[in-house]
Design a protein around this ligand. Sequence first.
Ligand SMILES: Cc1ncc(COP(=O)(O)O)c(C=O)c1O
Length: 452
Amino acid sequence: MVSRHDADEPLDPGDFDAFRADAHRLLDACLDHLESARERPWRPVDAAARAALMPALPETGIGESRLARELAELVLPLGTGNTHPRFFGWVHGTGLAAGLLSEMTAAAMNSNCGGRDHGAIYVERAVIDWARRIFGFPEGASGLLTSGTSQSTLIALAAARIHVLGRQVRADGLRDAPDHVAYGAASAHSANQKAIELLGHGAQALRRIPTGGPAGGMDLDKLREQIAGDRAAGKRPFCVIATVGSVDTGACDDVAALADLCAREGLWLHVDGAFGCWARIADRPWRDLSRGIERADSLAFDFHKWMYVQYDCGAVLVRHGEAHRAAFATRPHYLEGQEEGLGGGDPWYCDYGIELSRGFRALKVWSCLRAYGIDRLANKISDNCRQAARMARLVEAAEELELGAPVVLNVCCFRYAPEGVEPAEQDALNRRIAARLQLEGSAVFSTTRLNG
Ligand SMILES: Cc1ncc(COP(=O)(O)O)c(C=O)c1O
């Protein structure tokens, strides 16, 4: 391709004053967007917007000024809709005004948080340490910010495998260890299955245990039976995955009881606490649902759901920092650390996860907690639980509505169940209601299927 541009032409703004004015206008548009979130529900992407969002590969750029306008006018209005207060679906977080400030700052810094010695690393260390204290993990536990619970789960289970099988598994793979199995509730999130698949064990290695426990968690007798049966059949159980806050009903496993069981059986206890682990900072009785998390070997959770932080930001904590590091650390010559300067700052986060280059996710969590404090966030979490409980009472009092599952946390499952309508027809009717409410801009509900 013959370029029409001089190779010496910088990519920096040619006229910084003009760029500043454009950026200020865009910032105002973003602020208006936040301020008026209540007036603007989600909106479908029409054909014209789709075409505009998917132009041909731009050979010649439009410049920063037109770009700023395009961002404000084309892109900004087309969010998922989760900034709206009546967006109730899929445990989506709303984001925070503080996030706008931190994302802007992080973009200006463009830090690479894979490692080395610079400010962003210390921000992430602070955030990990706060999380470690909140969830009661010991000093020496390790942690990492991730794209979300899906990535955190993969990392945690990789650490579990190193802890159980030893470091050699990194060299040998599963050739000599094909029979390892893990356990989770029938309702455990698909992210757990994906992690088991990606680690090469196959989806069947995740044993799905029927639920029926007090807060909708695993039936512990059935879990014990399955473990005994697997051992008798020559399988090697290595991990139990507890869920605190299942995505469809908010059900919680009894983590404390599972910690006892895992201690007796010599199994790694991983907790999928994506959103529900934040019950830990809520008032009683919700706080009690998190009892035992402090005894887990690993915890995967999100800041981008119930802690309101902008997407994406999840985290993983691992009790055994050395197993965590052993699962990922790889330092070829070009990544050797140095005594001082940028090459210092050990430990490097690239030794605790999949990514070498990583963005400054920590700043949005740090900013959220600096701006609002854990106390205010805890109030919001308790309040959401109260709202879900209130909604359950309203559903129960309404003649044609039916509660789908007990409300234990912040999720209320219900359906419109008019008399004389067949179940299959009811399903279709409820899906239509959810779609209609969404399309007319009233409220967003997500749908699921419980007990068939
Ligand atoms: C219980 C649970 N586990 C795992 C996940 C996956 O998390 P993420 O979307 O952050 O990867 C979710 C997402 O909703 C979830 O609710």
